[in-house]
Write a new protein. Sequence first.
Length: 409
Amino acid sequence: MSKKDRIVCGLDPGSTKICLIVARLRDSGSLEILGVGHAESAGFKRGVVVDLEQAAECIRKAVAEAETKAGVSVDWVAVGLSGEGVQSFNCRGAVPIEGKNHEVTHEDMAKVVRAAQSVPVPGNRQLIHVLPQEFFLDDWGDIRNPVGLTGSRLDADVHVVSVDASLVQNLINTVNHAAMRVRRVILQILASAESVLTPEEREIGTAVVDIGGGTTDIAILFRNAIRFTSVIPVGGSLFSRDLAIGLRTPIEDAECLKTTVGTLLTDTVVEDEMIDVPEIGTRNTRQLPRKAACRILRDRATELMELIRAQIDRGCERGQLLGGVVLTGGGSLLPGMVELAEQVLEVPARLGFPLGVQGLTDELNHPAYACVIGLAVLSTRPDIDPRKFSENPGHLPPLISRVLSWVES
Ligand SMILES: Nc1ncnc2c1ncn2[C@@H]1O[C@H](COP(=O)(O)OP(=O)(O)OP(=O)(O)O)[C@@H](O)[C@H]1O
Ligand SMILES: [Mg+2]
């Protein structure tokens, strides 16, 4: 492999910041970050491109900065996707094992995954992930890799993620407009989970919750497989908006107050502590109780936690989350978020920082970078590519193959 082949890139088109990571994938499989570039997000809203020109300009800016810092030029990225256009579900397929001595082959495994995903997907949707969870051979379950085992019938459970095809196409067109190619489109929460969970947490059952600026994304993993994914259209920017409305202050000032004096631990704030709050439309500043501001944030956070709880309840039994909940994304940094999660979700919670990569600067060792680092890690992983189990990618339905041909590096 040439040196260039070992350079991998992740692009996180977040609602708050666009971020690109350039990293070196070493022979050992470990990842070393070489450079990072950012731009304030414009042209993206809650995971969706709303202004192609603006969004492409942000990507160009992030690419230029990352290339300068890394000292290499990049021409492809693995790009993260989120938003309300994402849908996911679990399904099961089965095939008979008819070969020599009823031994399962790679082809049998691919066939059963294809059988599992054969539920009809409407023409306007594109499959972006088909993730095997576990295999069953005759009556025996919990099989991670059935190849070489003997049986007469193979079943597979898979997690399928589909997206409104036009949203994927818009994202790819935007990246192309910034003179970059898309190697792979990856659900953002898969990347965040890859980045912040320990192997043990993936095994024993853990929910990862990425609270971004525009959306809160959730994944549940157990027995080392993705069991559930979901996107809630609520993120940190709504906390700032609530504060702006409640305190009658401009949005930028509300954002600043949130990150400087904001806390969800309202009991720790004394009644007479006052904060300076700029007034809308004048240069005046008023003194208001800090506690009132924090109560506004706490109301929004409680509502968000209840939405998260409802999604987690859709995805698993609470008793399956022995690893609890890992909160990541910039929004998780509001003081008291972990405590509130434990209270509302009734499982242990911790903050998730990126793990297992080299070259992590203080700046990148932050929950807001979990997703983009995970995108770089997953950018070349074959197991998340929906084509891995395809009979012939050229024979995919026209819309899917048209998009995949763009995606092909
Ligand atoms: N210290 C902090 N305290 C509270 N909130 C914070 C803090 N730091 C960042 N945030 C909030 O985190 C949010 C941005 O998080 P992040 O960078 O993960 O979002 P994003 O990836 O751009 O958005 P999305 O994932 O929704 O597309 C903003 O709403 C910001 O106000
Ligand atoms: Mg994000």
